[in-house]
Ligand binder design. Sequence first.
Ligand code: ADP
Length: 284
Amino acid sequence: GEGVLDIRELETQFHVGKRVFKAVNQVSLNIEPGECLGVIGESGSGKSVTALSVMGLVASPPGVITGGAVFHGGQDLVGARYSTLRRLRGDKVAYIFQDPLSTLHPLIRVGEQLAEAIRVHHPVGKAELRQRAIDLLNDVRIPNAESRVDSYPHEMSGGMRQRVAIAMALANEPEVIIADEPTTALDVTVQAQVLSLLDDLRREHNVAIMFITHDFGVVAQLCDRVAVMYGGQIVEQGTTDDILANPAHPYTRKLMECVPELGAGRRELAAIPGLPPAVDDLPP
Ligand code: ADP
């Protein structure tokens, strides 16, 4: 069927001194509406550059997209005539960085930042923008949203800030969210909460997620399908169940060995006692 994001033979090069190398090499990925696609690989395998290429955020120089296409809503996002500004206003592709402070301005109240993100797409009055900002904070389960809307980012915990960054991503009712290691910077107890929030939001908002991670445990919990990246290329992709049951590539097996619980199989993984609930992030 028609994917919400169709990445075809993407190639991105970096020029470092006299050296030129392909950080992303012939990467093809198709994301269907509402599904979660995991993109897994070790540091340096090309996951972030793939995501940044889709978003038009590869810094040029040193980086340049040298081949391929990314189709979304009938348009090629890599096409030369497609401006970043148009994408900000029109696209249904959102992005969550590892560090929420990459999204949030430190000197502006979170409600105002959310209101601005909404206003770009829905130019409504101030009172309605504020109410929609509160609604978004409620969507991402931030307690006391009516007062939190006036907080500055530094007044929130790391997990809370990442929730606000997720709310920012939801502002334009995206069809797909690219989440680049969105829990790696968080305390381990808060990680599980943010992961289950993303899983819930995917269903509630019918938004597809491209989930970038190095952790096969996370893929097993969240992702319908998974693509394994190594050296800028996809070495295998398929349904999570198939790949966990029958990993074809030695690199995939190596990544799976990092998560011993996977030996118990995917079904049982959910039954393994979870992490203790965070004490500082959400009320009981
Ligand atoms: P991952 O997200 O899988 O950890 P990246 O996509 O960030 O890996 O990086 C892929 C490759 O591209 C790495 O070799 C990395 O060093 C290189 N790279 C990424 N960004 C830049 C940059 N701005 N300049 C030069 N090389 C870069």
